[in-house]
Design a protein around this ligand. Sequence first.
Ligand code: HPA
Length: 246
Amino acid sequence: MKSAIIGGTGIDASFPIETKRRTVDTPYGIAEVFEGVGAHSDLVFLPRHSAGHSVPPHLINYRANIAALKTLEVSQAIGLYAVGSITGMLPPGSWGLVDQFIDMTGGSRADTFFTGGQSGVKHVPMVQPYNLALRKAVARAALEKGKRDIVLKGTYVCTNGPRLETPAEIRMFRILGGDYVGMTAATETILAAEVDLPFAAIAFSINWAAGLDEEGVSFLEDETIHRLTGEIVSVCVDALRNPVTS
Ligand code: HPA
């Protein structure tokens, strides 16, 4: 039974577990993963932007990444997402589980395995985009680590990027029910659902979104982000110890 953590901003340079790099050939292209060694040999780390953060959100090969997890027989995964806060649900410096998303990527990404023809047509349900048992496992692991203020829900607005938003867009997202904004979670969540991969998403806020901070958009210091992601990854490692079913 293998588990995966998909990470991005703030995580890829500093995954706190010893790993070895491996590339996985998939029908959609090559994905780069880092497999845990020793006590963590059942854990896979997938840096979604590739090592060194070299691929921007709108150009990530999301299908190769998710297909690679299936090839490696990963049976559950948690995605970690840096976001900008729109509401007080998740102010900068805090983190929590995502329970809904709004996809504003505009259909410009390869975000389905079902493109008709031989691959077929499938309309994957999105009523509960995230696996409940996995979300509970994260909440439990956080509590066991003494984190009592874990945020259990939130709506992630996924833009296409790579540019940040205008204040008018952020006002619109707030009216639509968005709690925070990022550029990757919706696409990854959709593809994980299409391959029946039990999936949870954790958002951690690194800034107030455009128009909400007098200084413009200002991000947390690297050191603070590093501490935040270290805490999240250690909770995820605990949460992924036991397998969940879809
Ligand atoms: N907007 C979009 N994506 C982000 C932000 C933001 O403000 N912060 C971190 N990822």
